[in-house]
Design a binder for this molecule. Structure first.
Ligand code: PMP
Length: 428
């Protein structure tokens, strides 16, 4: 495929935007080459500035569960925009989407909307600290909860791709309050809790990790975390920025039947517009300003366009819960197809999958945490990525990311993808 115009646009962008991108993982640094500039997208497809069509397995990093430019969502935004784009005052639609979210997600009474997943996780941690009166937090190596200071310690996603999981600019004081455990290793969490008795406010986790590839929680791991939290008065925060409204109506809490104390949401809840949210039971949420002492605010929070897009999408997901089964079936079909052609071509690999999240790791061992995720062969991944791109299939430009399946994908698209993997595998 030809990427002449994308390359020219990238060269222009580099002059005025650091690295030519507004979010690092877009820059193709992990895989080499220049990023693709998107002109438009519809359903399961991206159309780039050179006129190429790409089957999209990123879907704006998750939210396009129903496909790009989904008509009801687009129409909802257009109709809202005609009536004004921001007021910084309450609107009825904020209550409507809050009521719907509270009815879909288990164990939450109230929800507050913010503008990104980063804000949601950052605010959730502040709330947990305020509520418990404790300072330290436990996170897991390779999990990503946005770019707020407390989380940029052994962070996943772009932070790992670019070798900066511990970012300069985060003070030693901040870093010392973030304790690091290993995903799927309950003993590593217990040791931290015991060594920091009465100091840990919360444990924050991606209930299915999606920022070191896709890594499912081992059987019993989330339950063990829940029990540990209960025994030590620690709040359990589920970062459901990727999993919320994707793995099930009620997200990972519903899928695994585990209660979290605070739940964070992101892009999905805004149907692709800039939104995040965090939610909990009354006792915790009432600690927030203006009711309680923990401060959190935002000029554009609950913005009418974002609320309209989110309400339209959540309503459809709520009314048609068969979508979750259909998504999981499509993902299982893709898994089976890719595994077969990689096996046939004798490419060593491991595929992880939960619901509509899936990732291919180029290592034969089980991938259960950051260390095992990092063992993947990155040269093979790079060749795999570029081979698929040339064939018209777009996956994340980093091995430390999950793929997101959209309902807009047809079985023909999945067969096309499996055939492309077969062609690429012959060159690896
Ligand atoms: N949490 C998780 C699990 C994420 O995957 C991300 C972003 N991919 C974030 C938080 C941060 O969200 P945002 O990029 O909207 O700030």
């Amino acid at each position: 495929m030809i990427y002449k115009r994308s390359s020219a646009l990238f060269a222009e962008a580099e002059k005025v935007i650091p690295g030519g991108v507004n979010s690092p993982v877009r820059a193709f640094k992990g895989v080499g080459g220049t990023p693709i500039f998107v002109k438009e997208a519809k359903g399961a497809y991206l159309y780039d500035e050179d006129g190429n069509r790409l089957i999209d397995y990123i879907n704006s990093w998750g939210p396009m569960i129903l496909g790009h430019a989904h008509e009801p969502v687009v129409n909802a935004v257009i109709e809202k925009a005609k009536k004004g784009t921001s007021f910084g005052m309450p609107t009825e639609i904020e209550t409507q989407i809050a009521e719907l979210a509270v009815s879909m997600v288990p164990n939450i009474d109230k929800i507050r909307f913010v503008n990104s997943g980063t804000e949601a996780c950052m605010s959730a941690v502040r709330l947990a600290r305020g509520f418990t009166g404790k300072d330290k937090i436990i996170k897991f190596a390779g999990c990503y909860h946005g770019h707020s200071d407390s989380f940029l310690i052994q962070a996943g996603s772009g932070a790992s791709t670019f070798g900066t999981p511990n970012s300069p600019g985060v003070t030693a004081g901040t870093a010392q309050d973030t304790l690091m455990a290993n995903y799927n290793d309950i003993e590593s969490v217990k040791a931290l809790v015991e060594a920091n008795e009465n100091e840990v406010a919360c444990i924050i986790i991606e209930p299915v990790a999606g920022n070191m590839g896709c890594i499912p929680p081992k059987e019993g791991f989330l339950k063990a975390l829940r029990d540990l939290c209960d025994a030590h008065s620690i709040l359990l925060i589920f970062d459901e920025v990727m999993t919320g409204f994707r793995l099930a109506k009620g997200g990972a809490q519903e899928l695994f039947n585990i209660k979290a104390d605070i739940v964070c949401f992101g892009k999905v809840i805004g149907g692709g517009l800039p939104v995040g949210a965090f939610a909990a039971r009354n006792e915790i949420m009432n600690y927030l300003a203006p009711l309680g002492p923990v401060y959190q605010a935002g000029t554009l929070s609950g913005n009418p366009l974002a609320m309209a897009a989110g309400l339209s999408m959540l309503t459809e997901l709520n009314n048609q819960s068969e979508i979750f089964t259909s998504l999981a079936e499509k993902t299982a079909y893709l898994h089976k197809g890719i595994a077969k052609v990689l096996d046939d071509n004798k490419i060593v690999h491991t595929i992880n999958r939960v619901g509509s999240m899936i990732s291919v790791h180029f290592d034969g061992a089980e991938v259960v945490d950051f260390k095992t995720a990092a063992n993947g062969n990155n040269d093979t991944f790079k060749a795999f990525f570029h081979g698929l791109l040339n064939a018209g299939v777009y996956i994340a430009p980093s091995a430390f990311e999950t793929w997101f399946i959209t309902e807009a994908l047809s079985y023909d698209d999945l067969d096309f993808t499996i055939a492309a993997v077969d062609t690429v595998a012959k060159t690896l």
